[in-house]
Design a binder for this molecule. Structure first.
Ligand SMILES: [Zn+2]
Length: 368
């Protein structure tokens, strides 16, 4: 047991974030009459409950300090979102409403939304204050699809966006976001698209845009605009990319971009839905792959910004494997060996395909 700040992480959580459950649906679609047995959407409480228990009961448990989340204020949420949007959310929650086929809001999810936002701001504060080098807002609902004026993909409020604003308001001059959720962090991209002080990087499955509320493509040519031109780095990877492609992307794209940008704080949108068993992703990343990415991010944070990383929980829809992946990520970030064994087999990696994809990305973005 050690108490050096390098080997401890603050985790902010609240059980009420597991008190809501989405209505039945067929992934991004409404329920189907063809099905005899309807299932709920995969964004369910079990993943968060299990992530909390694996982190508490696994080898990493002794390195974590837990705190209870508080609700954010409306004013804090307005750092990223518009007034009219927040009013719309509150009104929609009163009687329960679908904001998209996969994104349903009602009173318990509204309550969780305020707690997730508050937890994320407090995670930023834990690092800003110097008390911790790393903090993890273990939250639900996720946030990285929420745009300033649009709900999307289970997300209502961009939790990480609020944490970024907290850091900027505290005097940080240049901050970077690394989003390794399997889906494009379109909401975060949208919120900081014209900023010269926020670098947004997203590694994701090459899924393109979806629906009227999600027009961003996640392609490499979405580079930012105005003062932010060049400060948005999309890294779409082919289906089934696997551990090797993610490792290469971190090494060849994320590392060089962060070194050029020189952030004084790094944020991580920590989704585990790139894992090999996720119902919403196809990227075949294993626990060892996530561990490697976390080690790479820690090394970059140590090199560039005194090791400071603020994380928010994003997607991850296999309620057993995603929590194990979260554990290996935390082990990597804290610079500890990967002690927890992978309980599941993983798929073979497409080594050559991953290398080709990374070379193509490097050829196409001005930061690389
Ligand atoms: Zn996702």
């Amino acid at each position: 047991m050690t108490n050096q700040p390098d080997s401890r992480m603050k985790v902010i959580y609240h059980e009420a974030m597991t008190d809501y459950c989405p209505p039945p649906g067929l992934f991004d679609c409404l329920p189907s009459d063809l099905l005899e047995i309807q299932m709920t959407q995969p964004e369910r409480p079990e993943k968060l409950v299990n992530t909390a228990s694996v982190l508490k009961r696994g080898p990493i448990g002794q390195h974590l300090d837990w705190d209870t989340a508080r609700s954010a204020s409306d004013e804090e949420i307005l750092a990223f979102h518009t007034d009219s949007y927040l009013d719309r959310l509150k009104k929609a929650a009163e009687n329960g409403e679908y904001l998209s086929a996969s994104t349903y809001i009602y009173p318990p999810s509204l309550k969780a939304m305020y707690l997730a936002a508050g937890a994320s701001i407090e995670a930023a504060r834990a690092v800003i204050s110097g008390d911790y080098k790393m903090a993890y807002a273990l939250v639900r609902p996720p946030g990285h699809h929420a745009q300033p004026n649009e709900a999307d993909g289970y997300c209502f409020v961009n939790n990480l966006g609020l944490a970024v604003h907290e850091a900027l308001n505290a005097g940080y001059k240049r901050v970077a976001v690394v989003d390794w959720d399997v889906h494009h962090g379109n909401g975060t991209q949208e919120g900081f698209y014209d900023r010269d002080d926020v670098l947004t990087i997203s590694l994701h499955m090459n899924h393109g845009s979806w629906g009227e509320g999600h027009l961003q493509t996640g392609e490499v040519d979405e580079v930012g605009k105005g003062d932010g031109e060049g400060n948005n780095l999309n890294l779409p990877l082919p289906m089934g990319a696997g551990d090797h492609a993610y490792k290469l992307t971190m090494e060849r794209c994320v590392g060089p971009a962060l070194r050029k940008f020189k952030p004084d704080l790094i944020f991580c949108a920590n989704g585990q839905d790139a894992n090999a068993f996720d119902p919403n992703g196809r990227q075949s990343v294993s626990m060892a792959g996530f561990y490697e990415m976390a080690c790479q991010l820690k090394a970059l944070a140590d090199e560039l910004c005194g090791g400071k990383i603020v994380m928010t929980q994003e997607g991850g829809y296999n309620p057993t494997y995603a929590p194990y992946c979260a554990h290996s990520i935390v082990e990597g970030l804290l610079g500890l060996p990967m002690e927890l064994e992978d309980p599941l087999a993983f798929y073979p990696n497409d080594l050559e395909g991953g290398e080709r994809a990374v070379e193509e990305l490097i050829a196409r973005h001005p930061l690389l």
